[in-house]
Ligand binder design. Structure first.
Ligand SMILES: CC(C)(COP(=O)(O)OP(=O)(O)OC[C@H]1O[C@@H](n2cnc3c(N)ncnc32)[C@H](O)[C@@H]1OP(=O)(O)O)[C@@H](O)C(=O)NCCC(=O)NCCS
Length: 196
């Protein structure tokens, strides 16, 4: 339950608390410098979820006029507050502020971040593309490269989380959603018995 959680605009005075929340994420690690730069940049902004006066989660985003999309750059909820609707509240606040001339909200997340896939699917985002080698981590040792799953919430397309959606790994395994019917199976079914 998110009772008592209030969402406000991200501000420079919050950066120390936001860095602490960011450090709990495997998705990105934002330093104080990155937060400060992000807040200063034109068309960039953020939302922060508070429990009383305590920041417990944030979403950092950019209004990309060239794409007519709001791009989320980072979204993290403190581990003690996860699974209580805080992330949902942050994303709902973002989707409700999409300007009418924009198409929606986008977010690229790591292929390995299965919880993020489930979370975004639950928030009516769809994964429509994969960006190969999108994440390159260079912190010590050989660079670690990872694909991004590109999730999209389109305000012009009414989609429901109950629509069938599949998340399929690089190896073709279905990670979530109904198993696809292969063209072969469809063919055999439509031909009826005796045609195999
Ligand atoms: C992903 C993240 C932001 C979700 O935030 P949250 O506040 O815990 O999410 P919510 O409580 O709003 O969850 C909304 C729905 O998402 C799905 N979900 C969230 N966490 C889940 C989990 N661990 N396992 C399965 N489903 C999950 C559920 O459908 C959930 O609804 P339910 O609790 O009614 O079943 C949070 O786990 C996080 O900060 N992770 C680390 C940072 C990260 O990976 N950021 C990029 C992510 S989009």
């Amino acid at each position: 339950m998110d009772v008592g959680i209030v969402v406000h605009r991200m501000e420079g005075s919050q950066t120390d608390a936001l860095v602490k929340i960011s450090n709990t994420s495997n998705e990105n690690f934002w330093t104080k410098k990155i937060f400060e730069k992000h807040i200063r940049l034109k068309n960039h902004g953020g939302l922060v979820a508070f429990d009383n006066s305590n920041p417990v989660g944030y979403a950092a985003f950019e209004r990309r006029h060239q794409d007519a999309y709001i791009q989320i750059w980072d979204l993290v909820v403190h581990p003690q507050y996860r699974r209580r609707g805080v992330g949902r509240k942050l994303v709902a606040s973002l989707t409700s502020m999409v300007p009418t001339e924009f198409s929606g909200v986008r977010f690229n997340v790591r292929e390995s971040n299965f919880i993020a896939h489930l979370f975004l699917k639950n928030a009516n985002f769809w994964c429509d593309a994969i960006a190969r080698s999108y994440f390159i981590d260079k912190t010590g040792g050989p660079p670690r490269v990872e694909d991004a799953y590109c999730f999209d919430y389109n305000t012009n397309i009414a989609r429901s989380k109950n629509d069938s959606i599949r998340i399929i790994s690089r190896t073709g395994a279905v990670l979530a959603g109904p198993r696809p019917t292969s063209p072969r199976e469809t063919f055999y079914v439509s031909q009826g018995n005796g045609h195999r």
